[in-house]
Design a binder for this molecule. Structure first.
Ligand code: SF4
Length: 313
């Protein structure tokens, strides 16, 4: 059972391996309010960078985890994320530098990429090994429809930020593009995204679609076939990450999956309640639920503002 407040995992991640998550932002502080967001609706829509959680407390947990001999070899990558946008945390640069001093495990940042125009944030992220920013749309209409950005944030500013960061940053940039049927997947949207991606020049482009219960029911997934077609069009750096086989993921534990199923055999639960009952971080529970949904072992049902999971059969 995890005793950490800001760390979760290691969780299975096809693109990152066994990833120790570092949760920098409380639910739900973000510069976007994406229709597909699995965390829920944004309640604090902002571009303000500050220490939403105390930086020293996060450092203390990181040190403790990394110095524990039981954790040796369990983690492939340290990943900054959050129940919102992690680059809003003003201490992210200090935390990355701290990790670089105490461990050789690579550091990644999963971000919506909306603040990369900020020179201070660019500086903060330079020591990281991999940045995984999103770019779901490049036209104002599609951007507004899918990402619902904070007032005053334009897609051209986001794109300029990505380009400026690419020029300064020597590590890997893997851009994630999440497509929702009928929202940002028109031929014209895809052609425009390709043009901008070609200008940015990321190391990889990762195509995704809605796989977990989204904030809005209007966020519907693309078929795997359509995603593959788009992937081919985007070129050799593109890959589909929307579906994957858990048998290839080292940190996916059958026992944890079984614990979740056991809870659901008693009654339908929300991910939050399961997270509390099992002492697992919400993100970790969500990773397992994604797999269980894919394997059709559970169903997701919306009741009011909450999403409940129910066992199938
Ligand atoms: S950027 Fe991420 S956390 Fe923010 S609303 Fe979109 S999906 Fe949710």
């Amino acid at each position: 059972m995890s005793t950490y407040r800001y760390l979760y995992g290691p969780v299975p991640s096809r693109r990152l391996g066994a990833s120790l998550g570092i949760d920098l932002i409380p639910k739900k502080i973000c510069s976007y309010d994406c229709i597909y967001c699995q965390v829920g609706k944004t309640t604090n829509h902002t571009l303000k960078r500050k220490a939403y959680y105390p930086t020293e407390a996060i450092k203390k947990e990181l040190k403790e985890f990394l110095e524990d001999p039981d954790n040796a070899g369990r983690v492939d990558i340290l990943t900054f994320s959050g129940s919102g946008e992690p680059t809003l945390h003003a201490g992210i640069g200090e935390l990355i530098r701290f990790l670089k001093e105490i461990t050789s495990i690579p550091v990644a940042v999963i971000t919506n990429g909306s603040l990369l125009w900020d020179p201070q944030l660019q500086e903060d992220l330079l020591p990281a090994d991999r940045i995984v920013p999103s770019l779901d749309a490049v036209t104002p209409a599609a951007f507004e429809a899918v990402n619902r950005p904070v007032e005053g944030l334009s897609v051209s500013r986001v794109i300029e930020g990505l380009k400026a960061f690419r020029e300064r940053y020597k590590g890997e940039i893997w851009v994630e593009v999440l497509l929702c049927e009928g929202v940002n997947d028109a031929e014209t949207d895809i052609a425009a995204i390709k043009k901008v991606l070609d200008e940015i020049g990321p190391d990889k482009v990762q195509l995704n679609t809605v796989v977990r219960p989204p904030a809005e029911v209007t966020a519907r997934p693309l078929s795997e076939e359509r995603l593959r077609e788009i992937c081919e069009f985007l070129g050799e750096k593109a890959e589909v990450i929307a579906s994957f086989d858990t048998t290839r993921i080292p940190a996916y534990h059958k026992a944890t999956e079984e614990e979740i199923l056991n809870l659901l055999r008693r009654r339908p639960e929300t991910a939050q309640k399961m997270s509390r009952s099992l002492g697992l971080h919400l993100h970790e529970v969500e990773k397992y639920l994604t797999q269980l949904l894919r394997k059709e072992k559970v169903l997701a049902l919306r009741r009011g503002d909450e999403i409940y999971y129910e066992i199938v059969g």
